[in-house]
Ligand binder design. Structure first.
Ligand SMILES: O=C(O)CCC(=O)C(=O)O
Length: 260
């Protein structure tokens, strides 16, 4: 049952709050990983649905990520996982927020052959939110290490402010930003894990993913959660454009459901 919750340890919660990320092993069973892989495969091929493929094969961005946003809006199986209480409740425990809403999910595949790393960046600058506190769960659907695209995360980097968004195809070096002077990339954790394990990272945490040098796709599902009450900043975003939101509106309702 994906609605069962996982009680995180005090160490996991305090590690997240101090360092801006935490790894949690085996959040999914082997059977659940197998099930989710099947749904993911069906979803990646959807044409004209309610989810969005952000780049086509051959595009430069596709070499960084073969990405599909809002898979839950097309596939009931993806929805079962994305909307499950298990992940949202873990986000609630980590943040201490009174409630957790979905912002969006995205399937993140790193394809074999000419794969590029995901450059160092923060997520928050891409999100149209006034308050900090939003976070991602990144669920590995394959065993991951430096050879096929595991994440690297810089401890305590969430303590600095929201810098500017980085072009993921022609990246500037985020570490050369004046605001990032105190962040040392040499302290980054290499987050190797087994399929079915996950990490959570704060929207401000500096992170990177290695290129995939193997001959198989690296599959991951990331879900972005936000504390209930988070408000719209007015910036453009694929998930809010066209919804008629005005600056300061609470991000809520059926497209941003409260999950925990
Ligand atoms: O999976 C990747 O390569 C990058 C993931 C990422 O940047 C994120 O989940 O915020």
């Amino acid at each position: 049952m994906l609605d069962n919750t996982v009680k995180l340890t005090e160490e996991q919660v305090s590690y997240y709050r101090e360092n801006g990320f935490v790894q949690i092993d085996s959040i999914l069973s082997k059977e659940e990983v197998e099930e989710l892989r099947g749904y993911l495969e069906e979803t990646m091929g959807v044409q004209n649905g309610n989810s969005t493929q952000t780049a086509a094969s051959g595009d430069m961005y596709y070499k960084v990520l073969n990405q599909r946003v809002n898979t839950w809006r097309d596939h009931g199986g993806m929805a079962r996982f994305v909307l499950s209480r298990r992940f949202a409740d873990a986000a609630k425990q980590l943040t201490g927020a009174e409630g957790i809403r979905l912002f969006h999910d995205h399937a993140l595949l790193k394809m074999p052959q000419d794969s590029k790393p995901t450059p160092w960046h923060q997520d928050m600058p891409y999100w149209p939110m006034n308050e900090r506190g939003a976070l991602s769960i990144w669920i590995a659907l394959d065993d991951v290490d430096e050879n096929n695209g595991c994440l690297m995360l810089v401890p305590k980097s969430q303590k600095i402010k929201n810098l500017k968004s980085i072009d993921l195809v022609n990246p500037e070096d985020i570490f050369s930003d004046e605001g990032a002077k105190e962040i040392d990339r040499n302290t980054a954790a290499v987050v190797r894990m087994k399929a079915g394990s996950c990490s959570f990272h704060d929207g401000l945490t500096f992170h990177y993913a290695h290129a995939n040098q193997t001959d198989k796709p690296r599959r991951a599902l990331a879900i972005i959660f936000m504390p209930d009450g988070t408000t719209y900043s007015g910036a453009n975003h694929i998930c809010t454009d066209g919804l008629g939101l005005v600056k300061g509106d609470v991000l809520a309702g059926g497209l941003f459901p409260k999950l925990a």
